[in-house]
Unconditional design. Structure first.
Length: 88
């Protein structure tokens, strides 16, 4: 019964999905629109962008806080044998 996959040696942590990057992009677009069209668009866009970026930073901080402090290392960091030189 050796057909089981070996246990993972490294863990990958993926952030949760979020609408905040899209909202930040709309905010930046509003700022750029406000420069050329009408200044209230820029104000609304700036508020949206600042709120969205602050939310992304807060989410990143909480994601980092949930990560384990240490991860068990099960593989070599550097190759145990130096690479061979090519005959040239």
């Amino acid at each position: 019964m050796g057909d089981r996959a070996p246990e993972a040696t490294e863990l990958v942590y993926v952030p949760q999905t979020s609408w905040l990057p899209a909202i930040a992009a709309f905010g930046i677009a509003g700022v750029l629109t406000g420069i050329f069209v009408w200044w209230p668009y820029g104000v609304v866009g700036a508020v949206l962008a600042v709120v969205a970026v602050a939310g992304m930073l807060r989410g990143t901080a909480s994601d980092i806080g949930r990560l384990p402090r240490r991860q068990k290392l099960t593989t070599a960091v550097v190759p145990p044998v130096p690479p061979r030189k090519r005959a040239g």
